[in-house]
Design a protein around this ligand. Structure first.
Ligand SMILES: Nc1nc2c(ncn2[C@@H]2O[C@H](COP(=O)(O)OP(=O)(O)OP(=O)(O)O)[C@@H](O)[C@H]2O)c(=O)[nH]1
Ligand SMILES: Nc1ncnc2c1ncn2[C@@H]1O[C@H](COP(=O)(O)OP(=O)(O)OP(=O)(O)O)[C@@H](O)[C@H]1O
Length: 729
């Protein structure tokens, strides 16, 4: 029946329950299917109702329509906290979204938070699949102690945890602590086999773990799937006894990471990998074990996350990302070397770590916040995960500029007017219906705290001069409707002079098209309204004028980078929405359609991440030269020799021992000595160039040896004598 609302519950990228209280209200959502709607509206454009999906339609979110909405009954909507508290704790923007054809009150009060109204992610297909978010889980100290004691007794009896205890009490956010792999210390992981019954019985003993599982299941139904439960169990076993700096069980972090992923519609492979994401680095599980138990999909993702963690740690230690060029290369490398889903898991991991940063000493808080801003926020931006990006930014802001954060959030507390956005949306919707202007999406949002802060800095504005703190976006069927809708907006509210921009008749240099206006909304609060067609919107989200590029300041990226980002976004679109079953609902312009069939890459796909396929693009590698890290960009098919040419002083030559060396450098590739210097470099390779000769000239060194001999130090042991002999030869 045309005109009926589609009572779908879209997925909401919500922070975990403990942070949920920082959010704004969430109610039922309607979602909208792009293709269906456009087809209908073109056939009978005169009726606004023709843009609705029918009730018989699957209540899904269309490929490019809304995402990250929340289940209506999620715990977040009940506020026991004041809004000021919320802003201070985890200030982020909220969003309000309507789809054409909404009828009924549920739809008209749909609110979502933090979202780009259109993004690459979709919510889950099924309504009602999410249930209430549980209150923050508090685990009693006794339970934890009991669990730890129990584990200690196990350690004593079967030796399974030998060597594990040391790590077990560390914090998972303490990246400084040495990672530990049991398989390197005896390889016990391979002896483990999975048995669901045993596992569940064992889980009984870990009552806190059971609570986590139940809480996760209440937040998302994917945690009821056997595959995910199995991953949960393995994560529990792997991290048993480990605690976070906050005193919470490590497992909690794994579960929260996985819940974030589930909340953006990630499938069970990604959620399982989210649960296991730290096991390679921080437990006795091996790649082989994960591979055998969960398959290559999960094992590769966990390995990918581990590699990303190592590289980001290196970058943090070397302060690499504070240089724009290097940071840019790092972002590209991260997206290119790993499956984009591994980046997604890493982002979810970082989001939870940032949310729980308070438990760390202030110096570490600062380092993590800085690194997050330099590396992870841009990645979230490139991948189009607006919600995470804003949450990360706000958290970084809070830790890096606590005073400014405090000041601005207090001000915003007075300025944010969500009710105004809701009522403006409803008002506009009513008139659009009356005037028979069909539209695809009508969305509203308020700008995030950090977004406002950055804009003030960038444009040297006071908060009062920022006109888009509150904004609406309307996506209509055709250009004509854009202008009709604009005139309706101007009839409804007084125009702020000089703020109207017609980027339709005068597109921006990058091709961006849209109508922008600022009006005085209710209470004279400035309200930015953007009006565009679906095609213009696709361009603004995925095309040359993509929002992520706009946010990066439209810097000149190579076509490789652009393709890489677009590809990553596509992969995530297709991998992370449960509605990938309904691909037909996605209508992309041919010009931006990737050249192979999703979700599988064609063997010769030029955009594939697989190293063997990406032969045309440049290669980004990490070079560690005398302990200084840099990210190098080399042409496709470059070899270790090519890299050596760039490093150190003098020209490369071959040593008599068969390894290439410059005057002073000796290469190692991914921690192994280089056997074949003509081997090709791969995206994300780490090349260490250690000095073949310590940082002194040979003459100086000889003199020093001479002095050592003279002092009789050479006789301190056979090893020393051998070293000396080596030097003489
Ligand atoms: N995707 C995309 N969005 C854009 C682009 N340019 C502008 N926008 C959007 O349009 C909004 C306002 O842009 P303009 O009307 O040009 O305003 P401005 O002069 O940049 O600055 P303000 O008026 O202070 O917001 C931005 O906040 C973006 O949301 C673009 O190139 N790509
Ligand atoms: N008027 C609006 N209505 C709805 N959504 C908007 C509006 N303006 C921007 N958005 C979306 O909100 C999200 C956050 O945007 P953000 O505030 O970071 O930047 P911006 O407003 O687009 O740019 P700038 O800060 O440079 O003005 C983006 O997905 C953006 O597309």
């Amino acid at each position: 029946m045309p005109g009926m609302a589609v009572p779908a519950i879209a997925l909401y990228a919500s922070p975990p329950s403990s942070v949920c209280s920082t959010t704004h209200q969430i109610n039922a959502h309607t979602t909208y299917d792009f293709e269906l709607s456009s087809a209908r509206s073109s056939s009978s454009a005169s009726s606004p109702s023709t843009t609705s999906a029918t009730p018989s339609q699957k209540p899904v979110v269309g490929g490019l329509s809304c995402l990250f909405s929340s289940p209506p009954e999620m715990g977040c909507h009940s506020h026991s906290h004041s809004r000021g508290e919320e802003l201070k704790e985890l200030s982020s923007s909220f969003g309000y979204l309507k789809f054409s054809g909404c009828g009924g009150g549920a739809c008209s009060s749909s609110l979502k938070r933090d979202q780009s109204p259109v993004s690459v992610f979709q919510g889950p297909v099924s309504s009602g699949s999410y249930s209430r978010s549980s209150p923050p889980i508090r685990i009693s100290r006794e339970k934890i102690d009991a669990s730890v004691n129990y584990q200690n007794s196990l350690k004593g009896t079967n030796g399974l945890f030998t060597g594990f205890v040391r790590n077990a009490l560390g914090s998972c956010v303490d990246y400084d602590s040495p990672s530990f792999r049991v398989e390197e210390h005896g390889g016990l992981a391979d002896e483990l086999t999975f048995n669901m019954e045993d596992s569940l019985a064992d889980l009984e003993l870990q009552s806190y773990a059971k609570e986590f599982l139940v809480a996760a299941q209440l937040r998302h139904k994917i945690f009821c799937e056997d595959f995910v439960i199995k991953a949960f169990y393995e994560a529990e076993k792997a991290h048993r006894g480990q605690m976070r700096a906050s005193g919470d069980p490590y497992l909690q972090h794994c579960v929260e990471t996985a819940v974030f992923l589930a909340m953006i519609g990630a499938n069970s492979t990604v959620v399982a990998a989210g649960l296991l994401h730290d096991t390679l680095d921080d437990s006795f599980l091996s790649y082989d074990y994960i591979f055998r138990t969960f398959g290559a999909g999960v094992a590769d993702l966990v390995e990918g996350v581990s590699k990303l963690s190592q590289l980001s740690k290196l970058a943090r230690e070397n302060n690499t990302a504070n240089k724009t060029v290097e940071a840019d290369r790092l972002h590209t490398m991260f997206l290119a070397m790993a499956d984009a889903r591994a980046v997604l898991i890493k982002l979810a991991d970082r989001l939870h770590n940032m949310m729980t940063l308070d438990a760390l000493p202030s110096s570490k808080q600062q380092r993590f916040a800085k690194e997050t801003l330099e590396i992870f926020v841009p990645l979230a931006n490139r991948l189009g995960i607006c919600s995470w990006k804003e949450q990360l930014e706000n958290l970084c802001f809070k830790h890096l500029n606590p005073d400014q954060h405090q000041q601005l959030s207090t001000k915003l507390e007075e300025s944010f007017d969500e009710a105004m956005i809701i009522s403006a949306t409803e008002k506009l919707e009513r008139v659009l219906k009356d005037k028979a202007i069909s539209y695809h999406v009508l969305s509203g949002r308020h700008k995030s705290l950090y977004g406002i802060h950055s804009k003030m800095l960038k444009k040297k504005l006071t908060m009062d001069q920022i006109h888009d703190i509150h904004g609406l976006r309307l996506i209509v069927e055709n250009e004509d409707d854009c202008y009709k809708a604009l005139s309706i907006v101007h009839q409804l509210w007084a125009e702020v002079p000089g703020k109207m921009k017609d980027y339709i008749s005068h597109p921006k240099f990058n091709g961006y098209q849209s109508l922008h206006t600022v009006v005085k909304g209710e209470g004279m609060v400035p309200l930015e309204v953007q009006i565009r067609t679906k095609e213009m919107h696709l361009q603004a989200e995925f095309g040359f004028a993509a929002h992520w590029r706009y946010k990066e300041g439209d810097c000149k990226h190579s076509s490789f980078v652009l393709q890489m980002v677009e590809w990553a976004r596509w992969v995530l679109t297709w991998q992370c929405e449960t509605m990938s079953k309904d691909r037909s609902s996605i209508v992309y312009a041919d010009s931006i359609k990737p050249p192979c069939t999703f979700p599988t890459h064609a063997d010769d796909c030029p955009y594939s991440y697989k190293p063997q396929c990406s032969q045309d693009g440049p290669v980004f590698v990490i070079m560690l030269e005398n302990d200084k890290m840099s990210v190098q960009e080399l042409p496709a098919n470059s070899t270790v020799m090519d890299l050596l040419e760039r490093a150190g002083r003098g020209s490369t030559r071959w040593s008599p021992y068969g390894f290439p060396m410059k005057e002073e450098l000796r290469p190692r590739l991914n921690h192994e000595p280089v056997g074949d210097p003509s081997c090709k470099l791969k995206m994300g390779d780490v090349i260490e160039l250690t000095p073949a000769i310590p940082d002194k000239s040979l003459t100086e060194y000889r003199e020093e040896i001479q002095r050592m001999y003279e002092r009789g130090l050479a006789s301190t042991g056979p090893a020393a004598a051998t070293r000396m002999a080596g030097w003489r030869s």
